[in-house]
Design a protein around this ligand. Structure first.
Ligand code: ASP
Length: 329
C-alpha cells in the first residue's frame, strides 16, 4: 500500500453549520475529513494532520510555508505523496507558491470542495478520494504540485478558479487538465516536457505587491497613490495581450524609473502576453522597450506570487525580468 499524508488547511471542504440553512464556518479537522471517507484506506495508508482551519482568503504565506514543512516532513517519513485540503478561493495561488518551492519528486496535491458537507451532493469526499488516488500513483511523480477537483488533475501553473460556485470551477484555460480520474484510477493524457527549477523559500510576512486591473478609459489616476505606498513591485492586469492606455503607461514608466518593477499580465485570464505584434504607445512592444516586465502565460495573481518569491530571493532589474519571462513561458 502506498503511504499518503493528508494535511488540512480549512476551506469549504472542512466547513459545516448547526442547521442546513445556517451559513457554514470552518469546523472539521484532517481526522474528520479522512474518517468520513473510509474507502481511502482501499487506496493508501493514510496519516493526517490539521495544519490550520480557515477560509482561504485568510491564508497567508506563513501558512503555506507551514504546509510546505509538513509535506517535506511527510516525504522524509516515507510518504509516497502528500495531499493538502484548502479553500478553493485562493487555492490556485497557494498551489502555485508551493509549486515554485517544491523540489521533491513525490506528488504534492491540493484539493478542496465547492459544496460543504451539509449541502445536497457535497463534493469534498469525492475530491479527497481523487486527490489521494493522484498522490498515491507513481505516474504523478515529478510533476510538481497538482490541483485535483471534479475528477480532473491540473498543473499548479496552469489552473485557475473560473466560476464562483460551480463544482467544475477549476480549469486550465490555456491548456486543459493533464489527467482525469475515472473509477478511482488516474489516466494521464498529457505531461509537461519540463519543469522550472525550484526557487528558495520566500520571506515570511506580507507580500506588499498590489494588483491593479486597468479598466476601460484608464487615465492612470491610481498610479501615484499606489506607488506612494512603496510596494516591492506593481502587477497590472492589462487588457488584451498586455495593452495599456497611453496615459497609464506613461505614468507607470515614471514608477519604473523610480525603481519599482511593473509587471504586466493579461486580464483576459488565458493566453500569453505578446512581445512584438503591436507597436503603439502602451502596447506590449512599447512596454518592453520602456522597462516593463510581461508575465507570459501567468495571470496577474500568479505573477504576484512569482514576483514575491523572486524579489525575496534577491532578484531585481534584468535578472528579475529574465526569471519572470522564463517561469511565465
Ligand atoms: N470561501 C471558501 C474558501 O476558500 C470557499 C471554498 O473553499 O470553496 O475557503
Amino acid at each position: 500500500m502506498p503511504n499518503v499524508f493528508v494535511g488540512a488547511l480549512g476551506g469549504t471542504i472542512a466547513m459545516s453549520s448547526d442547521s442546513s440553512t445556517d451559513p457554514v464556518r470552518p469546523k472539521l479537522g484532517a481526522e474528520d475529513l479522512v474518517s468520513a471517507v473510509p474507502e481511502l484506506l482501499e487506496i493508501a495508508d493514510i496519516k493526517s494532520k490539521t495544519i490550520k482551519n480557515v477560509a482561504s482568503p485568510s491564508i497567508v504565506v506563513d501558512d503555506i510555508l507551514a504546509a510546505y514543512r509538513y509535506a517535506i516532513e511527510a516525504v522524509e517519513a516515507g510518504a509516497d505523496g502528500v495531499v493538502l485540503t484548502h479553500g478553493t478561493d485562493t487555492l490556485e495561488e497557494s498551489a502555485f507558491l508551493l509549486d515554485l518551492i517544491w523540489d521533491r519528486e513525490e506528488p504534492l496535491v491540493l484539493t478542496g470542495a465547492m459544496r460543504s458537507p451539509n449541502l445536497l451532493s457535497p463534493d469534498g469526499a469525492g475530491n479527497l478520494m481523487s486527490a489521494v488516488v493522484t498522490a498515491a500513483d507513481k505516474r504523478s511523480k515529478s510533476l510538481g504540485v497538482l490541483v485535483v477537483l471534479d475528477e480532473a488533475v491540473h498543473l499548479a501553473k496552469t489552473v485557475a478558479k473560473t466560476n464562483s460556485s460551480s463544482v467544475w470551477t477549476f480549469q486550465s484555460p490555456s491548456w486543459g487538465p493533464v489527467a482525469r480520474i475515472v473509477e478511482r484510477e488516474i489516466h494521464y493524457c498529457m505531461k509537461p516536457s519540463d519543469r522550472n527549477s525550484s526557487l528558495p523559500l520566500p520571506a515570511l510576512g506580507p507580500i506588499n505587491i498590489p494588483i491593479i486591473e486597468s479598466p476601460f478609459a484608464d487615465e492612470g489616476s491610481w498610479v501615484e497613490s499606489i506607488a506612494s505606498t512603496k510596494p516591492r513591485a506593481i502587477i497590472v492586469s492589462a487588457s488584451g495581450a498586455a495593452h495599456l492606455s497611453m496615459a497609464a503607461a506613461e505614468k507607470l514608466e515614471k514608477v519604473i524609473e523610480n525603481g519599482i518593477p511593473v509587471i504586466v499580465a493579461s486580464r483576459t485570464g488565458s493566453g500569453k502576453t505578446l512581445t512584438r505584434t503591436y507597436g503603439y504607445p502602451g502596447s506590449e512592444s512599447w512596454l518592453l522597450e520602456h522597462g516593463f516586465i510581461l508575465s507570459g502565460f501567468l495571470t496577474a495573481r500568479k505573477a504576484r506570487i512569482l514576483a514575491h518569491v523572486l524579489i525575496s530571493a534577491g532578484y531585481s532589474g534584468g535578472k528579475l525580468k529574465e526569471k519572470i519571462e522564463a517561469y511565465g513561458a
